[in-house]
Design a protein around this ligand. Sequence first.
Ligand code: ZN
Length: 89
Amino acid sequence: MPKARSAEEEGCLSIPGFRGYVIRPQFVTVRRRTPRRTFEIRGENLLARAFCHELDHLNGRAISAASEHPEARPDSAARSRNYGNKASG
Ligand SMILES: [Zn+2]
């Protein structure tokens, strides 16, 4: 069974004005281990997207690289990059 994914437009406060379409999973589970415990939190839709976005940052990857995937563009290449002043996430 294929994993559920979606292509949505994202912005980033680290790159003001940049927006791009990024394919992300619709459901994720984030796990954090400490010496005494393991914590898990599950996110879906926007929360899953936010977890993936921030984890990309921790791994040194910016949205500009993630959005270069051509299949993430739902219509035209021109719409995939909007340098307007929309609010960023
Ligand atoms: Zn960001």
